[in-house]
Write a protein that binds this ligand. Structure first.
Ligand code: 13P
Length: 250
């Protein structure tokens, strides 16, 4: 449906020197990629990563941004700062930020506004906890997260939003959603987009799956009708595995 995008989320891993090493290892392996390829690195790795990807098609993402341009927010990084560095992407609303650092649908919406205003492309993460899936409310949860985050986002701006469906119970657990489960929820998110905007926007939006996607299961997940890519944690730190996932995104 949407353009295929494979993005690595390195989380809190790799020093700047290690980031360069990893990108140098990935670069030749994804040189022929037909999808967009992105690496989401820690803030301190951004300068080194931006330098290392030069001459390749790899984009660089930050893993969060604040909603204000500047001010008394100790420890925070603004979207404006990312823009000034020519960072292309920012991951917002990751479940680890929601769970450990108090991010809510409302703060994700504020971050979204700032990121889009700064010209960044956003990878918006949504997904349910296991209890919510067991309660049968996955559709409602991801619809709510998607709708709140996209509040005030125009159809034109939506072209710079990628949505990553990441069931929390599948993240870092080795317990991947089945291809059917992933596709079902990605299709539900697409329906939400159709409702908020229109069918054309829904077809064009990239919806990724994330959560224990790896070299062995990527092809099946990426073959699903509504899965347009992946947001990869652990496997994105292994060049050969990441490249296998990229190659599977056709
Ligand atoms: P894992 O691939 O390690 O499960 O992490 C997924 C994720 O959270 C990507 O954002």
């Amino acid at each position: 449906m949407g353009k295929y995008v494979i993005a690595g989320n390195w989380k809190m891993n790799k020093t700047p020197a290690e980031a360069v090493e990893l990108i140098e290892a990935i670069k030749p392996l994804v040189a022929d990629a037909t999808c967009d390829v992105v690496v989401g690195v820690p803030f301190v790795d951004l300068p080194a990563a931006l330098e290392a990807v030069k001459g390749s098609k790899i984009g660089v993402a930050a893993q969060n941004c604040h909603w204000e341009k500047s001010g008394a927010y100790t420890g925070e990084i603004s979207a404006e700062m990312l823009k000034a560095m020519e960072v292309g992407y920012v991951i917002l609303g990751h479940s680890e930020r929601r769970t450990y650092f108090g991010d809510t649908d409302v703060t994700v919406q504020k971050r979204m506004r700032a990121a889009l205003d700064a010209g960044l492309t956003v990878i918006l993460c949504v997904g349910e906890y296991l209890e919510q899936r067991e309660q049968g409310i996955t559709g409602e949860i991801v619809a709510m997260q998607t709708k709140v985050a996209l509040g005030g986002v125009s159809e034109e701006e939506l072209a710079r939003v990628i949505i990553a469906y990441e069931p929390v119970w599948a993240i870092g657990t080795g317990r991947t959603a089945t291809a059917e489960q992933a596709n079902e929820v990605c299709a539900q998110i697409r329906d939400v987009i159709a409702g908020l905007y229109n069918d054309k926007a829904a077809k064009a939006v990239t919806i990724q799956y994330g959560g224990s996607m790896n070299a062995a299961n990527a092809a099946e997940l990426l073959a699903q009708s509504d899965v347009d890519g992946g947001l990869i944690g652990g496997a994105s730190l292994k060049p050969a595995d990441f490249a296998t996932i990229v190659a599977a995104a056709k």
